[in-house]
Write a protein that binds this ligand. Sequence first.
Ligand code: CA
Length: 218
Amino acid sequence: MTALLLVEDDHELAAMLQRVLGEEGYDVSHAADGHRALHLGLTRSFDVLVVDRGLPAVEGLDLIARLRSRGVGTPVLVLSARGSTSDRIEGLNAGAEDYLPKPFELAELLARLRALTRRHAERALVLRVGDGTLDLTSRTVRRGDGTEVALSEREAALLGLLAARPRQVFSRSELLDQVFDAAESDAAVDTYVHYLRRKLGRGAVRTVRGLGYRMGDL
Ligand code: CA
């Protein structure tokens, strides 16, 4: 289910949107002012935010900028009565992904939300690995110098797990659990670490003696 935070101070509009978005399958939380929205945005995890620009306490674009500065990368769609080109540019500059002027057609809001969450889901499949990226869909490592290395399904899954939490040390049993079949032995993990190192260089996966493995450098 897609978790959506609706930030709107117009109670009538908020109630209507909550109902419609709920019917569309979104799990909707509502904040009627910027303070509450900031609190929810920083303490809970959402897939998408719909933010009215004119809000009490913390103004909509200010809210987005504050969330972005605290590392919240959730895609945001801004609703605003101000729909001029410069208003839209201001919204996009504040870190919003999309900007919909009021009044809007519900069908358009829903279509834009679908596009926004789809784009974001696709982006989440590309992980940053040092200077390069790991594309989990095509299972390709693209290094900083532009060269590409193709990985097998398991190599990509193993590297993806390490790269998603680059500071974490994973034990062999954790890696077995999450990437391999439970029936396999620890040696399977070592084998695939060996494959990754052969393709990407020795430093790609670090051994943490007595503990396991963690992400290295490409
Ligand atoms: Ca408003």
